[in-house]
Design a protein around this ligand. Structure first.
Ligand SMILES: [Fe+2]
Length: 135
C-alpha cells in the first residue's frame, strides 16, 4: 500500500513565492492520491483532469523557478533547468501510459513524483536558495 505523503515545513526554502508553489504541487499530487484510493466513478471523471492540472502546474512552477534564479543572478540556473526538463520528459512519458493504466499505476506515479519533488527541493533547490538568501 502506498501511503499519502504530506507536506512538511522542513522543505521550506524561506523563499515565499517558491515555497507556496512547492506546497501547491504537493496539494495537487495529493488530490491525485485521494481519487486513486476513492470510488471508481469519480476516479474515471477526475483522474485525467488532475493529471493534467499536475503536469501543467509542474511546468508553470519550473519556469517560475528558472525565472527566479535568473533574476537573482544564479549562474548555474541552466544546469538546474536540465533536471527540471528531464523530470518533465519522464512524467510526460509516464502519463501517456497511465491512460490505459490501473489505479495502482496511478499510485506508483504519485509516489514517484512526490518523492522526486521533495528530494529535488531538499537537495537541489536548497543550493540556489542559499545563494539567493546570501545576496
Ligand atoms: Fe528546482
Amino acid at each position: 500500500m502506498i501511503e499519502r505523503i504530506e507536506w512538511d515545513d522542513s522543505y521550506l526554502l524561506d523563499v515565499q513565492e517558491i515555497d507556496l508553489q512547492h506546497k501547491k504541487l504537493i496539494l495537487i499530487a495529493n488530490e491525485l492520491y485521494d481519487v486513486a484510493v476513492g470510488d471508481d466513478s469519480s476516479y474515471k471523471v477526475l483522474m485525467p483532469k488532475i493529471i493534467k492540472k499536475l503536469s501543467d502546474y509542474t511546468v508553470y512552477h519550473f519556469s517560475a523557478e528558472e525565472a527566479f534564479m535568473k533574476r537573482y543572478g544564479y549562474a548555474d540556473w541552466n544546469i538546474h533547468k536540465i533536471a527540471h526538463d528531464n523530470f518533465v520528459n519522464e512524467i510526460t512519458s509516464q502519463i501517456k501510459k497511465l491512460i490505459t493504466g490501473s489505479k495502482d499505476d496511478v499510485l506508483n506515479f504519485y509516489k514517484y513524483i512526490v518523492n522526486w519533488i521533495l528530494t529535488h527541493i531538499a537537495k537541489t533547490d536548497k543550493i540556489w536558495a542559499s545563494f539567493v538568501k546570501g545576496k
